[in-house]
Design a protein around this ligand. Structure first.
Ligand SMILES: [Zn+2]
Length: 413
């Protein structure tokens, strides 16, 4: 297993959220962002990142561990938030009694402070006001399997996480802690073993080395996307996300190509780091899709309508018993279930593309995620070959460079 969260994706917010949640493949996450942004649009670097904690959004009451043996309960009372310490306001900011210990909420520890406010559509909203670099640590911890991640791989993901965060904050004043933006775990809490402490130190060191560094393209079109495993060639940005301002084309991913060859030699997916996958959409799955698309009660045929240079399905024609429709493959994948239909690199189907489907449709493919931008499996292997983070990023994001944000953190004007 490599990876646990998801990244950025699609057009409408609803679709982006749904795709993102659905797209968390067993290996690594799938990017999910609703609005692509040039990075950084403004040289605005927040001192802290307001991270809305989705698990508590709408709760009537939360209890925060503010220090050893100290807990504070806050609840929604009418139009206000009321804290057990007597405070009553539309928004209450809770700080830890011992800053280095952080704040405990649920089963996580959060750096910085927690703001608890009334939510417009009921209940409470809890926002972690996390110092930027600590936020980046909490994202990298979610995105990579830390025990096996290499320093350059961690550094590349840290630069990427910071870039995505600043781009998002240029669009709106907060980020979600889920795949809607970037999965964020709060503070990474290692176990007590020496190896766990070494992992935590490697994470902190990697983020610290990249402090304040982001990916930029001179014309401001850069759109930070990443995915779990490309399968040999990454996808062109606008092939998958036509709404993006970024025009980057796909690149060859030598590590994935080598692993494809390795799996061919094995005669099946590598049990340690599988790149190949299979999935059978049942007749019931296909009937559900047909009804949603308004093409009848079952899918009679499925065929790629447009394929990219690497063989990735970009658009499909779905033919039902009462109509036919061409649609983006990524939307079809969402309808079927992106955790099952892992990628657009479909090698074969049975029945074959365009043939009559009687009872279910078998897919065989390679890779995980939408295929755009940095390939995390490839990044890991390039790091193993000795590539530095900046070289990895330059490979997956042609025409970009890594630059420092403006020196001093500032508050939003
Ligand atoms: Zn790859």
């Amino acid at each position: 297993m490599r990876g646990a969260g998801c990244g950025r994706a699609a057009a409408s917010v609803a679709l982006a959220l749904a795709l993102a949640f659905a797209a968390c493949a067993p290996l690594r996450r799938e990017p999910a962002r609703s609005t692509p942004s040039p990075v950084p649009r403004a040289r605005f670097v927040p001192a802290e990142v307001p991270v809305v904690l989705a698990a508590f959004d709408g709760a009537q009451e939360v209890t925060i561990g503010v220090g050893p043996g100290q807990r504070l309960t806050l609840r929604r009372v009418g139009a206000l938030v009321q804290a057990a310490d007597g405070r009553r306001a539309a928004r209450i900011v809770v700080a830890p009694t011992i800053p280095r210990l952080g704040l405990a909420l649920g089963d996580r520890i959060y750096p910085g402070r927690l703001a608890v406010e009334r939510r417009a559509n009921g209940g409470l909203r809890v926002t972690n006001l996390a110092p930027l670099e600590q936020y980046v640590e909490g994202v990298v911890a979610a995105e990579l399997v830390l025990w096996s991640a290499l320093p350059a791989e961690l550094e590349a993901q840290a630069i990427l996480a910071r870039t995505v965060a600043l781009a998002t904050l240029a669009d709106r004043p907060f980020v979600w802690d889920t795949t809607a933006d970037q999965v964020y775990l709060g503070r990474f809490v290692p176990g007590n073993s020496p190896s766990a402490r070494r992992v935590a130190a490697r994470l902190s060191d990697s983020v610290a080395i990249t402090r304040g560094r982001v990916i930029v393209r001179a014309d401001g079109t850069f759109d930070a996307r990443f995915h779990a495993a490309c399968g040999g060639t990454t996808a062109g940005l606008r092939d998958v996300f036509p709404e993006s301002a970024d025009y980057a084309s796909g690149v060859t991913c030598a590590p994935c190509r080598q692993r494809v060859a390795f799996e061919r030699g094995l005669g099946g997916p590598d049990p340690e780091r599988p790149l190949g996958w299979t999935f059978t959409a049942t007749a019931a799955d296909l009937a559900r899709v047909a009804r949603k698309l308004g093409v009848g009660t079952r899918v009679a045929r499925l065929a790629p309508h447009r394929v990219d240079h690497g063989g990735r399905w970009i658009e499909v024609r779905v033919t039902g018993d009462a109509g036919s429709r061409v649609m983006p493959y990524k939307d079809f994948r969402l309808l079927i279930g992106a955790t099952s239909l892992h990628s657009g690199l479909v090698l074969r189907t049975w029945p074959k593309p365009g043939d009559a489907i009687e009872n279910g449709l078998f897919f065989e493919g390679l890779g995980r995620g939408h295929g755009v931008g940095l390939c995390q499996e490839g990044s890991h292997d390039y790091a193993q070959l000795g590539w530095e983070a900046e070289r990895i990023l330059a490979h997956y994001y042609p025409g970009t460079s890594v630059a420092s944000t403006s020196a001093a953190p500032a508050t939003r004007p």
